[in-house]
Design a protein around this ligand. Structure first.
Ligand code: GLU
Length: 303
């Protein structure tokens, strides 16, 4: 049975050419394999999410020719599902309370043998007495995944065979805010997503998400992590790089159709060179032939 792919933007700003490229690749990979395609609005970060960004994002995705099945799902409407999943994980012993401040984590990571980017494990094995003592200091705990330094491997559609170590990621912050890693997996399991195509900045989270998927009784999807679009200096493209959104580009005379042609050009042998629209590019689309390496984009008018 054909499965389901998705694009899951966070509405913290407008989509730029790099986000649009990832969205187009997710759509092409799903639709060319007869999958359903879903749009999910990952708006858990209350401080950065704005409804007007979602509206703009939806309009821009449509403008480059994407479509999706069903109404988009907003993560902010699903908090009770994430809490239920958290309780299930906690009841089965897969979580623990963490009282570390950011500063403490940074210091432990930068110590000799510290593991940059991963939780140092400080609160992993606290006794009940140690937990009580920390709680008495007044700060509620964050809840972390007990990752047990497990490894998970997957056959990435773009990067080939990959192995990563599960991190003890925060699932619920000390202030009660539910975390991306929990919500993304709860929703992928719930929506029966079996194909995830997204930016390669998320490849480091994949082992953790595979483990969480197993713990929540889902089947791990196939993953394809696509290289990001970079600016002239080789850094990940950002709003400050100039005319990088459809609206900015339109103001310089670059139409959505021009942007689609540029994206298609960046897909190299993955698409038919005669394609003029994303829909044209569906027959024969092959993500595995996507050129390796980041794609440089220099906004018009920026020198
Ligand atoms: N919402 C995440 C982001 O915008 C993407 C999540 C995912 O594709 O797994 O970075």
């Amino acid at each position: 049975m054909p499965g389901t792919g998705r694009f899951a933007p966070s509405p913290s700003g407008e989509l730029h050419v790099g986000n649009l490229r990832t969205a187009a690749l997710a759509w092409l990979t799903a639709r060319s394999t007869s999958r359903a395609f879903l749009l999910r609005i990952e708006d858990l970060d209350e401080q950065r999410s704005r409804p007007e960004h979602t509206e703009r994002q939806i309009a821009d995705l449509r403008a480059i020719g994407l479509d999706w099945d069903h109404e988009p799902v907003w993560q902010s409407t699903r908090l009770s599902e994430y809490r239920a999943a958290l309780e299930k994980l906690a009841a089965a012993g897969h979580t623990y309370e963490c009282y570390c401040t950011r500063k403490e984590i940074r210091e432990a990571q930068s110590a000799p043998h510290g593991n940059v980017g991963r939780y140092p494990g400080t609160c992993r094995d606290l006794t009940a007495a140690q937990r009580a003592e920390r709680r008495d200091r007044g700060r509620p705990p964050a809840i972390r995944l007990r990752g047990q330094d497990a490894e998970r491997s997957w056959e990435d559609l773009v990067m080939g065979r990959r192995t990563g170590v599960v991190d003890d990621v925060v699932l619920c912050r000390w202030d009660g805010a539910l975390a991306y890693n929990l919500a993304v997996v709860v929703d992928d399991v719930w929506q029966k997503v079996d194909q995830v195509v997204r930016g390669d900045d998320l490849a480091d989270q994949t082992a953790t998400q595979i483990m969480l998927t197993e713990l929540l009784s889902g089947g791990a999807p196939s993953y394809g992590h696509v290289p990001l679009v970079v600016n002239a200096a080789g850094q990940r493209l950002a709003k400050r790089d100039g005319a990088v959104t459809l609206a900015d580009l339109a103001a310089t005379g670059v139409t959505p159709a021009d942007v689609v042609m540029m994206l298609l050009g960046s897909f190299g042998d993955a698409v038919d060179p005669a394609a003029r629209t994303l829909r044209d590019a569906l027959p024969g689309f092959d993500l595995q032939k996507l050129p390796g390496g980041s794609f440089p984009f220099e906004p018009p008018g920026v020198r």
